[in-house]
Design a protein around this ligand. Structure first.
Ligand SMILES: [Zn+2]
Length: 416
């Protein structure tokens, strides 16, 4: 039976560090349980690093998992949470503590997954308050914050207060792309221990697709290369024909750029495809949420007091719609970004071929096309096109309207 860290692909160093910390955390609990002299218990508390992060091998109250998209930040955080709740302190993968944590039902593990563009201050305050209570399972209160880079400034401050004066049994696990001040405030960063994850090599990704998901080795190899180290995306490409179709449409872009009109058409097609993908990904959740809220509000009620209830309900429905709109915007940006990463892979292939660099192409299925591009554009032209794609990503990240950024990119790709 594989333990809770088995799904962390190609991250040996991080896994070693997390195993050590989980063992240290278990030792702290044992010391408290055997009720040794206060001095020893105090030493245990010091070992947990209450206050300042411990740069050594012990336990720490606040962690940041960083790494590129798909490297497994949230997988690592959840696995570590499971190891902290594990009855054996190892993350055995079999005990109730491991099971309930990985299954999302452990009463002492709170998972924050932002649905909109940011995590708000009210959500954070409520979370911090609940995290301060005594763990019901007698081990740790664990708070996992995925995409901590999407905290609002006020929410970040609320979190910082809790990290600065952590309740003795509370552990915060933050996930963010990097520790750049744009992602995580410097003060939060200074209070956390950082676990850097790397982009897993394609061979490691392919291996896990075969072992865990039962995907055929040749399909797994292709998907791992095409997904450029993103484990979740590799799995989707291997399994979902729609995802493959969308990728093919994106990789058809370079061939279609035959003039100004074609460039604008390609921009529209890319934006609309991202919108459609995002809509499909959130539609189900939207409908379910609305139905649940309507049931809770007793929609269609006619009894006394129904009018007042409807007035209150209108406000709640409006709030829900606002949240759903924000989630849809995020989903669109994520879908467009995936498309841009695919496109960047194509021009990267053209560049490496023009340079005759001895590296495998990202997209084996369009390698011939990239080779033709390399001949026509040479290294310099290929590099300019790659930079145009990366500039488009950066512009969208900096809040330029996606359509404007994509149109500018398509024109640059066409002109070269
Ligand atoms: Zn366990």
């Amino acid at each position: 039976m594989p333990d809770v860290f088995a799904d962390l692909v190609g991250q040996d160093e991080a896994v070693t560090e997390l195993r050590r910390a989980a063992a240290a955390a278990a030792a702290v609990l044992r010391a408290a349980a055997t009720d040794r002299t206060p001095a020893l218990v105090a030493a245990g508390e010091a070992e947990t690093g209450a206050g300042a992060p411990d740069p050594g091998t012990g336990m720490t109250h606040a962690w940041i998992f960083t790494g590129p998209p798909g490297s497994g930040r949230s997988v690592a955080a959840r696995a570590f949470a499971a190891a902290l709740q594990c009855a054996y302190g190892t993350g055995c993968g079999e005990c109730p503590g491991c099971h309930t944590t990985l299954g999302g039902t452990n009463a002492d593990v709170r998972l924050v997954v932002p649905e909109g563009l940011s995590i708000g201050v009210n959500e954070m305050r409520a979370l911090v308050l609940r995290a301060a209570s005594t763990p019901s399972g007698g081990r740790w209160q664990v708070v996992v914050i995925e995409d901590a880079d999407r905290l609002t400034e006020a929410a970040g401050n609320a979190l910082l207060k809790a990290i600065e004066e952590p309740p003795p049994r509370t552990v915060f696990l933050l996930c963010a792309p990097s520790t750049h001040p744009d992602d995580i405030s410097v003060t939060i960063r200074s209070r956390c221990r950082v676990v850097p994850l790397r982009q897993p090599p394609a061979t490691a990704v392919a291996e896990v697709l075969v072992r865990r998901d039962g995907i055929a080795p040749d399909v797994a190899r292709w998907a791992a290369a095409a997904a450029q180290g993103h484990v979740g995306r590799a799995r989707r490409l291997a399994r979902d024909p729609e995802a493959r179709k969308r990728r093919e449409a994106v990789l058809a872009v370079p061939r279609r750029l035959t003039g100004v009109g074609a460039a604008f058409d390609a921009a529209s097609a890319l934006i609309e495809a991202a919108e459609a993908e995002a809509e499909a990904s959130v539609a189900e959740a939207d409908t379910a949420e609305r139905a649940a809220l309507e049931t809770a509000l007793g929609a269609g009620g006619t009894g006394r007091g129904a009018a007042g209830a409807i007035r209150g309900a209108a406000g709640q429905l409006k709030e829900l719609e606002k949240r759903q709109k924000s989630r849809a915007t995020r989903a669109q940006r994520d879908a467009l970004d995936r498309a841009l990463v695919d496109l960047a892979g194509f021009y990267r292939d053209a560049l490496t071929m023009a340079l005759r660099a001895p590296v495998d192409p990202v997209h084996t299925d369009t390698a011939a096309l990239a080779g033709a591009g390399a001949q026509k554009w040479d290294a310099e032209g290929s590099l300019r096109r790659l930079e145009a794609v990366l500039a488009c990503r950066a512009a969208i990240e900096a809040n330029v309207k996606p359509r404007i950024a994509v149109e500018a990119m398509m024109l640059a790709l066409w002109k070269g």
